[in-house]
Ligand binder design. Structure first.
Ligand SMILES: Cc1cc2nc3c(=O)[nH]c(=O)nc-3n(C[C@H](O)[C@H](O)[C@H](O)COP(=O)(O)O)c2cc1C
Length: 165
């Protein structure tokens, strides 16, 4: 795609105020990873499916490719600091999990204590989409304790991504 077309395409989405998520993963060797994502959507109702898109450059991608369970957290509006950590830093350089409260969740995948609305999904398929891969998830555990507003793209966009897309 040419530069101008690519830019006008990106501008189409500048006002789409999507909900932000943090996806976490744990590899077979115990390595943990997580990153902030906005490219994510419910993709089917029956059966229930969710598509989480992760850049192949991210540390989280490398770990997510080694497991068949991911946890997808809804980020609350007052959890901007978690969005900064998971979106603005890379697990290639720091251990994000040394800086937050977390516990072992389903299949030992880390669950962030402060984000109480999340689901664990079994990876059914990994789809090459472009510079991101789509992880098609089947929910297997759901934790729904939502009483907060979600953190949206318009607040998160000022964070400089830890990894260029
Ligand atoms: C507003 C915003 C939206 C983002 N959306 C995505 C996304 O949909 N998919 C993705 O892979 N990375 C996305 N990122 C970038 C990663 O969160 C970021 O590069 C992170 O530092 C990667 O961490 P990791 O290398 O530890 O996996 C987004 C970042 C921001 C600030």
């Amino acid at each position: 795609m040419s530069g101008p077309l690519q830019r006008s395409f990106a501008r189409l989405f500048a006002d789409v105020d999507t909900t932000m998520f943090v996806v976490t993963a744990r590899g077979p060797d115990g390595e943990q990873a997580g990153c902030l994502i906005g490219f994510a959507t419910q993709a089917s109702v029956d059966p229930p499916r969710f598509l989480a898109c992760i850049s192949r450059k991210n540390h989280t991608y490398k770990v997510a490719c080694q497991t068949d369970t991911l946890v997808v957290h809804f980020v609350d509006e007052d959890a901007g600091d978690l969005a900064e950590l998971f979106g603005g830093e890379t697990g290639d350089a720091i251990d994000k999990f040394a800086r937050v409260a977390w516990r072992h969740g389903p299949e030992n995948v880390p669950v962030l204590e402060r984000l109480q609305t999340w689901f664990a999904g079994r990876v059914l398929e990994r789809i090459r989409l472009g510079d991101h891969d789509g992880f098609l998830l089947e929910p297997v555990v759901v934790s729904a304790r939502r009483d907060a507003q979600p953190l949206r793209f318009h607040r998160a966009r000022r964070i400089a991504p830890g990894h260029a897309p």
